[in-house]
Design a protein around this ligand. Structure first.
Ligand SMILES: C[S@@+](CC[C@H](N)C(=O)[O-])C[C@H]1O[C@@H](n2cnc3c(N)ncnc32)[C@H](O)[C@@H]1O
Length: 298
């Protein structure tokens, strides 16, 4: 089996998570690169989940450390992780958000517009809705909100109208039709790149998963334990930053009289997000938008 995903910020993850002989969790397993680094670095145990069943199956079949008794790998969403672990607590937890290279380039999954694929985009193909089902039921206003709130797209209303008109006229049957409807490539970035990301985030409820899960992960960290999160887009990073600020007891409400809880549960260890080094950028251009943030449980 050929492994396609290059793990990003590998050394930085190991440093920030404070790797020792403890128990760790990798909640976005992918092709297992970060988990392998934790195990090779001496972790006593690594619990790992991925919502993509094929990622879990591929690794269990052919992964280098699939037989290592210290690895506990499950098919789950990370929002389900706290209820999976019972009374287990962790020294460090990692989330490396977004999609893996394998997911992105597998045309049958519908994440790419480079080749015609189905209107799917689900990371977990055992659960709906697909992109097609979403487009069938969304109003123009809802779709515009998705494009605006998930990806800061300023022309979201016009884009939503264009997509739904073409979809309802039967002109969008594949990811390539959808990309064609969004325009032709001028320069380096195809105009479909950001709308595709926004739609993928909606299909998989990605921002909701982050907002719902991060506070619960603090409950299953040991005091002094670290939560490390890697994001790939400004809206994801903003969400993580806001949740971390709230958990650190900082004001995020912008009210005249602050409504925020001042109970600090964590200390923020990254005032500014950590980004890939020039060496990593030259070896792995896909890492260019990666940002790492870390908090420590008080
Ligand atoms: C960027 S890749 C992770 C790559 C991995 N760190 C590695 O080194 O191979 C993101 C992975 O997270 C998974 N994922 C995304 N959101 C998830 C969620 N809410 N619950 C569980 N897995 C999720 C995706 O299916 C994908 O496999």
């Amino acid at each position: 089996m050929e492994w396609l995903h290059k793990s990003v910020l590998l050394n930085e993850v190991i440093d920030f998570i404070g790797l020792n002989k403890g128990t760790y969790a990798d909640l976005t397993f992918g092709e297992g690169g970060h988990t392998e680094a934790l195990l090779k670095g001496g972790a006593q145990e690594v619990w790992a989940v991925d919502r993509d069943l094929s990622a879990v199956k591929n690794y269990l079949k052919a992964g280098a450390l699939s037989q290592d008794p210290r690895l506990k790998l499950h098919h789950r969403r990370f929002s389900e992780f706290p209820s999976l672990v019972g009374s287990q607590v962790f020294d460090g937890i990692l989330l490396d958000l977004g999609v893996s290279t394998r997911q992105l380039i597998s045309e049958e999954r519908g994440f790419t517009f480079q080749k015609p694929g189905p209107l799917d985009m689900r990371m977990d193909q055992s659960q709906g809705p697909t992109l097609r089902e979403l487009l069938e039921r969304l109003s123009e206003e809802d779709l515009a909100d998705i494009l605006y709130y998930n990806a800061d797209l300023k022309n979201s209303r016009a884009l939503a109208r264009k997509i739904l008109n073409a979809f309802r006229a039967g002109k969008i049957e594949s990811t390539q039709d959808l990309a064609d409807c969004l325009g032709k490539r001028i320069g380096r970035t195809h105009p479909a790149t950001v709308p595709f990301m926004a739609l993928r985030m909606a299909v998989n409820r990605e921002l909701e998963e982050i907002a719902e899960t991060l506070p619960k992960l603090i409950d299953i960290l040991k005091p002094g334990g670290r939560l490390v999160v890697i994001t790939f887009h400004s809206t994801e990073d903003r969400e993580v930053k806001t949740v971390f600020k709230r958990l650190a007891g900082r004001c995020i409400c912008q009210e005249l009289i602050c409504q925020c809880s001042k109970d600090a549960r964590v200390k923020i260890l990254t005032k500014k997000p950590v980004e890939p080094s020039p060496e990593e950028l030259s070896q792995n251009p896909r890492s260019r938008s990666a940002k790492l943030r870390c908090v420590e449980k008080i």
